[in-house]
Design a protein around this ligand. Structure first.
Ligand code: HEM
Length: 400
């Protein structure tokens, strides 16, 4: 539900939670790019919204003027607890160097090509089991019944937490990311998630395993074990960063294929297109927007940004910039040159991109193998989440 008034002027008073922006932001970005490439609003503090590829990537690389200490697109406006729940935030995503540099290094091996290849078989089994459950009915909510079910289970496996709690994990992550405009719900989701990991950490200290949580507890930096706040923040980030994002990418891709039958036919009959198709779907429907905190007065493309302002890292709009992408508003499954920034740019570039790509590919491969032709059951009933992560949340399709 929108908490602020409807937007009249996107250049000077935008709101990324406006229902029109959530449902269809593409035309808004096109207009802004042509008329006012960095928009501004005073809703929820002073926020800037760049729309051009060049400005967004330049800001992403300028970590001295643009800090990651506040990456939430919607600033938290509730009452802060006296003791911060996570003293180090969610490293590495919400940190600047030097903490960023070494906390990122701890995570990278878990998402290397080799490790990710090891998760492929379980992902394929998972996808095919989900399809077994609904294929005979000739219909499914492809968001809730398929896309949403996949990444959370793979992440649960990596963290060593039970897949049976998937719906609970998903609920917490949605509270934090999708309902960020409701401070109480957001705080309750974060607290529940942290309380869960506090208990899991205590269990792992007694009974260590081979999972990411156990490994973090074994890790020493400069001869000392990691502080518990760091372990908790990192584990929470892996869940928060790995669930809504990938589920949204899978859902948006299925929405595209359901509404563009010539593309699903082509992908089903020419599977060799899959590598370029995955990149193109990530480009066109990039789900993630992040924020940066301006550290001191700085000018970008003539815009006077002040210390304490925030910038929304509009990676999805960069991906639609016609200066960089030919036919930027068209999905071309065989697009050969595709330097999209769906995974960000610079030092914070997504640490889980190998995993995300594998999950998206396997989810589409298994779906198209079994359900090569499908369409929306009712276009009006499709709903989208937006703000930090954009993707379909209700997506009824029919087939067979
Ligand atoms: C399609 C799915 C995904 C998309 C579009 C995506 C997008 C992004 C973006 C845009 C960033 C940059 C953040 C910034 O600049 O502030 C990022 C960072 C990150 N992502 Fe992903 N992500 C996805 C899936 C995943 C998965 C599956 C994981 C695994 C847990 C993951 C883990 C991370 C981590 C740890 C960072 C922080 C890296 C750093 O700060 O150095 N992401 N992601």
């Amino acid at each position: 539900m929108a908490r602020t008034a409807p937007v009249d002027d996107w250049a000077s008073d935008f709101d990324v939670m406006d229902p029109r922006y959530i449902a269809d932001p593409f035309g808004i970005w096109d207009d802004l790019r042509a008329t006012c490439p960095i928009a501004h609003t005073n809703r929820r503090g002073s926020n800037w919204l760049p729309t051009r590829y060049s400005d967004i990537t330049a800001i992403a690389h300028d970590v001295s003027h643009f800090s990651s200490l506040e990456v939430a697109v919607i600033p938290f406006e509730g009452e802060e607890p006296e003791e911060p729940v996570l003293p180090y935030g969610l490293p590495p995503i919400s940190s600047d160097p030097p903490l960023h540099t070494w906390s990122r290094r701890l995570l990278l091996p878990w998402f290397s090509h080799r490790r990710v290849a090891g998760y492929e078989e379980m992902t394929r089994d998972l996808c095919s089991g989900l399809i077994d459950g609904f294929i005979d009915e000739g219909k499914v909510d492809a968001a809730e019944g398929y896309a949403q079910q996949i990444p959370v289970r793979v992440i649960a496996h990596i963290l060593g937490v039970p897949a049976s709690l998937s719906d609970t994990f998903t609920g917490w992550v949605r509270d934090v990311l999708e309902f960020a405009d409701d401070p109480e719900r957001r705080m309750a989701g974060m607290e529940a998630l942290i309380t869960y990991f506090v208990e899991e950490v205590a269990r792992r200290r007694e009974q260590p395993g081979e999972d990411l949580l156990s490994e973090l507890l074994r890790t020493e930096v400069d001869g000392a074990p990691l502080e518990e706040g760091l372990v908790l923040g990192t584990a929470a980030l892996v869940l928060i960063a790995g669930v809504d994002t990938t589920w949204s990418a899978i859902g948006s891709s299925l929405w595209h294929l359901a509404t563009n039958p010539e593309d699903s036919k082509r992908l089903a009959t020419e599977p060799e297109l899959m590598p370029t198709a995955i990149e193109e779907l990530l480009r066109a429907y990039a789900p993630v927007t992040m924020a940066r905190l301006v550290t001191g007065d700085v000018e970008v493309a003539g815009c006077p940004m002040k210390g304490g302002d925030r910038v929304l890292m509009n990676f999805p709009s960069a991906n639609r910039d016609p200066e960089v992408f030919e036919d930027a508003d068209k999905v071309r499954l065989d697009r050969a040159i595709n330097r999209h920034v769906a995974f960000g740019s610079g030092i914070h570039r997504c640490a889980g991109s190998n995993l995300a790509r594998m999950e998206l590919r396997v989810a589409l491969e298994e779906w198209l193998r079994r359900i090569p032709e499908f369409r929306l059951a009712d276009a009006d009933s499709v709903t989208w989440a937006g703000g930090q992560v954009r993707g379909p949340r209700v997506l009824p399709v029919v087939f067979g």
